[in-house]
Ligand binder design. Structure first.
Ligand code: NAP
Ligand code: 8YV
Length: 322
């Protein structure tokens, strides 16, 4: 076995644990009671860290404890939990899991959209509570027919959502930092202008400081009482207190949310609202796709440790063969 040692910063799926441990020496920080003692004794031997979106931050203060750190493997395409800028400045590669989850998340986004507009969970509750018998038919709902959807972040997943939405007959527009000339949908340089023009705002841009609160009160006002917000990106993109208040007072029509600012904690005020559909961050959470993501984490770390380079380094930490 090589002298390339890897530290798991939190619990990982067995496929990752076994896949990396079969090739490299591994340690499990979350299973060690005296973490500071372990780091003091072993820090110089650690070349790789593996964590993920749900496993706490991998920030500069953590990475800087490991002077020989070379690679951080992130379980997820979104790597807002890793300080990739600092890693890049300090010669550390960060890898993520793009592409293998794109279709799964796009499917979930469309499912959440339909569930929100056609009120599927509410209809399910209505039936279970015996109201179909006691009160008659479930009230009519809003519709996707003749509707416009604006996509915030027309990247890999946003593009896959757009493909599906076209098949549903939606008229599409998008907002991102730059227009994409090859894309046939209308581009809005201003998010608030797009929100004013559409019925549905689909949020699927990266998290992190650059997008914090980008879906602000003005954007939500522009979307308005008949508007629907779907967020499958990160909770940090939306001004959550403003969103909750506006869903309560009807200034925003409805919301379908897979992500929240302080996961797994969700504002309790949302639980009592009838115009929201809430999911516990399950965009990529199928056995099939999580296995693909896990394998990509393993392949990145092992390929790098064996001198073949990372497979999917993030933009801030490009890799060039020495
Ligand atoms: P991607 O291919 O990098 O696409 C991101 C898009 O966002 C790009 O089109 C980019 O276009 C745009 N963008 C970036 N920064 C922006 C900004 N400041 N303002 C406006 N637009 C901006 O990423 P992806 O693979 O589609 O993934 C997107 C995100 O989805 C991930 O980062 C992750 O947070 C989230 N996600 C959530 C789940 C879930 O379970 N709910 C699962 C997977 C991913 P420009 O460069 O032109 O701005
Ligand atoms: C998470 C995600 O990785 O890929 C992303 O950016 O949000 C998800 O697929 C997943 O929740 C694991 O924490």
């Amino acid at each position: 076995m090589s002298d390339f040692e890897v530290l798991f910063t939190g619990p990982v799926m067995p496929l990752i644990r076994e896949g990396i441990s079969a090739r490299l020496k591994t340690h499990h920080l979350h299973e060690i009671a005296d973490k500071d003692g372990f780091i003091a004794a072993h820090a110089t031997r650690i070349r790789g860290l593996v964590g993920g979106s749900g496993h706490g931050k991998i920030d500069a203060s953590l990475m800087s404890k490991f002077v020989n750190l070379k690679i951080v493997g992130n379980f997820g395409v979104g790597y807002d939990g890793v300080d990739a800028k600092w890693a890049g400045q300090n010669g550390i590669i960060v890898t993520n899991t793009p592409d293998v989850l794109t279709d799964e998340v796009a499917d979930l986004a469309m499912g959440l959209l339909i569930a929100t507009v056609r009120r599927l969970p509410q209809a399910d509750r209505y039936l279970r509570e015996g109201k179909w018998v006691s009160q008659g038919n479930f009230p009519l709902t809003s519709s996707l027919r003749e509707k416009k959807m604006g996509i915030l972040g027309l990247g890999r997943i946003g593009g896959a959502i757009a493909k599906r939405a076209e098949a549903f007959g939606l008229t599409l527009a998008y907002h991102s930092r730059s227009a994409k000339p090859e894309i046939p949908y209308r581009y809005y340089a201003s998010l608030v202008d797009m929100a004013r023009e559409v019925d549905i705002l689909m949020v699927i841009a990266p998290g992190g400081e650059a997008t914090r609160g980008i879906v602000n009160r003005d954007v939500l006002e522009a979307l308005g009482p008949a508007g629907t917000l779907i967020n499958v990106a990160r909770g940090t993109l939306v001004d959550e207190p403003a969103m909750v208040e506006m869903l309560q007072n009807g200034r925003l029509g409805a919301a379908g949310l897979d992500v929240f600012e302080k996961e797994p904690h969700v504002p309790e005020a949302l639980f009592g609202l009838d115009n929201v559909v809430l999911l516990p961050h399950v965009g990529s959470a199928s056995h099939y796709t999580r296995n693909k993501m896990g394998q990509l984490v393993v392949d990145n770390i092992v390929s790098f440790a064996e001198g073949r380079g990372p497979l999917t380094p993030v933009a801030e930490t490009p890799w060039t063969k020495a």
